[in-house]
Design a protein around this ligand. Structure first.
Ligand code: AMP
Ligand code: ZN
Length: 459
């Protein structure tokens, strides 16, 4: 831990306050991030959430911490409503696309990781799938049952939230008010906030189902995160993250499960990324959606989206617009161009590094950190020192700010061909892509795909 820097402070949703971050163990920071439900492509909103996790992780790493970062893949059990009604999203996706639920999960998980690579988002140390942890989830439910927190209905085993006086504290849920105002039919549930731990297959239409002590079925959505976070991080860990929509249901229920099993909640800090919006609406898979691949097809550098996200604080909504993306793309190009013109071998500016650390360590104030970056760029420091300092910041920003340098030496014609090839690939025009590769080769360069687009090397 570098003691010259100000301490890391983070906002904890549970306490509704910013607190100094003190990890439970000196060895590593334990971080659990709720992962994607892999029944469709991740939209830019989902990706904003994972960018937030990546920035958090990189900030902690720049402060000298090692990360034990666990992320789940929800490949079963997430119903079309976040609660207990509707169809399993995986099964619905499979039906719509005429494929098996298993194939759908595999396909969209890969697409998700491709998106993360394009955005320079680091992979979690452990990625765990719900379908590969059924035994752990059944065991968890059995313990909750032994401890008297469950009841059975005709469609599953439910968590009895009335048994936990603290239920809903994370979201400051007004249980009585909710119950009184409820217009939804709660079926056989005793209370509106009760939630499924295990659901029965019913009439046997499901592709994904397992045997359990209660009958054939599948786990509820929330139990996977409790079972897997406990398996990989223990029953108390440093930070739990997710999107803001997780506060009232998913995370409130994870807390209930952990309290039911261990009499304490699992995380020291609960952090939530706020939504990306399009106009007044949030981006969502079922409603307004916009994909990273669509931006790439339109010729945008995916890191321009990363830049755009860095200009907002994770606890405020971000309005997406092509105009804002264009400004981000222009700013990013300006920066990489500037850096490519500055010599290497400079020294860090201690003053500016301290300013940068003050911003990022104060609950990830990234817009302010970006302002420090531009202040360095416009300062009267030596060019090589500006470059060294900005590249130091880039460990957190991960905008590949030194990449232009490589491209700068390559003739413009070759770069243009490589860009055309990238667009052809994005549009799956493989033949055109191969022809362009040949042309590039003819001009003496080898083009290769990389997470940020492409690399060009001299033959
Ligand atoms: P899902 O794949 O639907 O389970 O969601 C993956 C992550 O994206 C979760 O952490 C959600 O909270 C988050 N999320 C969903 N919609 C948005 C949005 N419009 N903006 C930011 N994050 C979102
Ligand atoms: Zn979760």
């Amino acid at each position: 831990m570098n003691t010259e820097y100000p301490d890391v402070h983070l906002y904890d949703t549970y306490r509704r306050e910013i607190h100094k971050f003190i990890p439970l163990s000196k060895e590593s920071v334990s971080l659990y991030a709720c992962g994607p439900t892999v029944y469709d492509y991740a939209h830019l909103g989902n990706l904003r959430s994972y960018l937030f996790v990546d920035v958090l992780r990189r900030v902690l790493e720049l402060n000298g911490y090692q990360l034990n970062h666990v992320m789940n893949i929800t490949d079963v059990g997430h119903l079309t409503s976040d609660a207990d009604s509707g169809e399993d999203k995986m099964e619905k996706g499979a039906r719509k696309q005429g494929k098996s639920a298993w194939d759908i999960a595999k396909f969209f998980e890969k697409a998700f990781f491709d998106d993360l690579d394009h955005l320079a988002i680091k992979r979690a140390t452990t990625v765990c799938r719900a379908t590969e942890h059924i035994a752990e989830q059944i065991e968890y439910v059995e313990i909750l049952q032994q401890r008297g927190y469950t009841y059975r209905t005709s469609d599953g085993i439910y968590f009895d939230t009335a048994k936990l006086p603290s239920y809903g504290k994370l979201a400051k849920l007004d249980i009585e008010g909710l119950q009184a105002g409820a217009r939804v039919d709660i079926g056989e549930k005793k209370r509106l906030t009760d939630f499924a731990l295990w659901k029965f297959s019913g009439d046997g239409q499901r592709q994904m189902q397992w045997l359990s002590p209660w009958g054939e079925g599948f786990p509820g959505w929330h139990i996977e995160c409790s079972a897997m976070s406990e398996k990989y991080l223990g029953n108390k860990f440093d930070i739990h993250v997710g999107g803001e929509d997780h506060i009232p249901v998913h995370h409130s229920n994870e807390i209930a499960q952990c309290e039911g099993r261990h009499d304490h909640q699992p995380a020291n800090f609960w952090m939530h990324g706020y939504f990306l919006q399009l106009g007044k609406e949030k981006l969502s898979k079922s409603g307004k959606s916009l994909l990273l691949s669509q931006l790439i097809k339109r010729g945008y550098d995916p890191l321009a989206f990363r830049y755009l996200v860095l200009t907002s604080h994770y606890r405020s909504h971000l309005q997406f617009s092509i105009k804002a993306l264009d400004s981000a793309a222009t700013a990013l190009k300006r920066l990489t161009k500037m850096l490519s013109q500055w010599p290497d071998g400079g020294e860090l500016s201690a003053d500016y590094v301290l300013k940068f650390m003050q911003c990022i360590n104060s609950d990830l104030k990234m817009p302010q950190a970006m302002a420090v970056l531009w202040a360095v760029a416009k300062s009267d420091l030596q060019d090589e020192d500006k470059k060294a300092t900005i590249l130091h910041f880039d460990q957190v920003l991960a905008l590949s700010l030194d990449r232009q340098q490589v491209l700068e030496a390559v003739p413009q014609q070759v770069i243009e061909l490589a860009e055309q090839r990238q667009h052809a690939r994005a549009a799956k025009h493989w033949q055109q892509s191969d022809e362009l590769r040949g042309k590039i080769l003819g001009l003496g360069y080898v083009v290769e795909d990389s997470p940020q687009g492409f690399t060009l090397t001299k033959r």
